[in-house]
Design a protein around this ligand. Sequence first.
Ligand code: SF4
Ligand code: SF4
Length: 441
Amino acid sequence: MEYLGQVLFLLLLVVGFGFFIKNIKKLIRNIKLGRDIDRTDNSSARWKNMIRVALGQSKMVKRPIPAILHIFVYAGFVIINIEMLEIIVDGLFGTHRAFSFLGAGYNALIGIFEVLAFLVIFGVVVFWIRRNVIKLKRFNQPEMEGWAKRDANNIIYIETTLMCFFLIMNAADYYLQGINHTHYTAVGSFPISSLISPIFEGVNPATVAFVERFCWWAHIAGVMVFMNYLYYSKHLHIFLAFPNTYYANLKPQGEFNNLESVKKEVSLMMDPNADPYAAPVEPVGEPEKFGAQDVMDLNWVQLLNAYSCTECGRCTSSCPQNTTGKKLSPRKIMMSTRDRLEDVSKILDANNGKFVDDGKTLLNDYITPEELWACNTCNACVEECPIDISPLSIIMDMRRFLVMEQSAAPVELNNMMQNVENNAAPWQYNQMDRLNWKDEN
Ligand code: SF4
Ligand code: SF4
């Protein structure tokens, strides 16, 4: 019985981290379903981009109020988790405030954690008001109905609850320190919880000690639940924003990638020394598929993008086509890609890692051609995304599939492409006639 608490604590950690590792493995497996793409070049520029964009949140500052609130929540949540180290040591070894030997440094740390916990609560309450009371437009678009809305609110509730447990635990501890109750010796500084502790005046010390223990257990159990909830949530970005910005496309945004096989064909056609009667070289293996019909046709960075998306809607609110009422939301492109990837993941889980065709594809069942053709490729969504996601690259790959595999471009585009091929101009007349307009009066 003496070690029951420690055994239970160890069990909690094993179960919590066990599920977490299982989810991480699943995440990596799913991202690896994507096609290969080389993003190992220029590592120093990649590190700089990650530090600037993910750690420094440089793209968030365009909107200062949410940026400051987000920094409260982000910094607070990350830094307070240092406290988890002490909780783990205490839980495993049956100690109480094991790091208190750090003296003044410990006092300062606890004080900082408390201020940050308060700022986290303040930040998430404002976020909740913006979403649910003010109902900001970008949080209330069609793709944010149902689970997306519940998920955003769940995160707010979980973070608030965790911070409250932390502060009430400290308030009870502070009160018990003041009355020299058993092992509660005076350590730490409690700028916020000392304001809460008067609620324990006159309460039986054993009850206060129970409250302190309850909040301690609830805090660590809550962190384990939160850690495992992440896989199912948009909040995965708290981890994935880092690799996502590291592997981001660092080339100029207007630069599109060429298909090597097509480039080779065109170069051959234009090469005056090429033998026009030479037998074509037959490709080895599966014929190449042009563009993307399903998530397996996208590259792994695009799939990482889908899991990293914070669903903030900055891309959609800056999209000129969305603003003018077209059926296109770059955020929905990312959410649909993740939805399809998760459905594929379930198929893999149910079939020992083998994909069994379910008759669905990302194209048509999750993202419609109407959405794809509404995009004007302006790159505003890419520019705006706080973690360097490119919805446009997915749109372009799917359009490439429609054009090159299905010849399913809109009539206007097909006419234009035919004109370019025949007349070297997008119009229906000969290129020699292009300047005729100047002779018209
Ligand atoms: S690139 Fe397309 S999806 Fe992105 S903002 Fe421009 S029109 Fe919208
Ligand atoms: S793609 Fe970027 S900007 Fe758009 S919702 Fe996701 S994180 Fe926000």
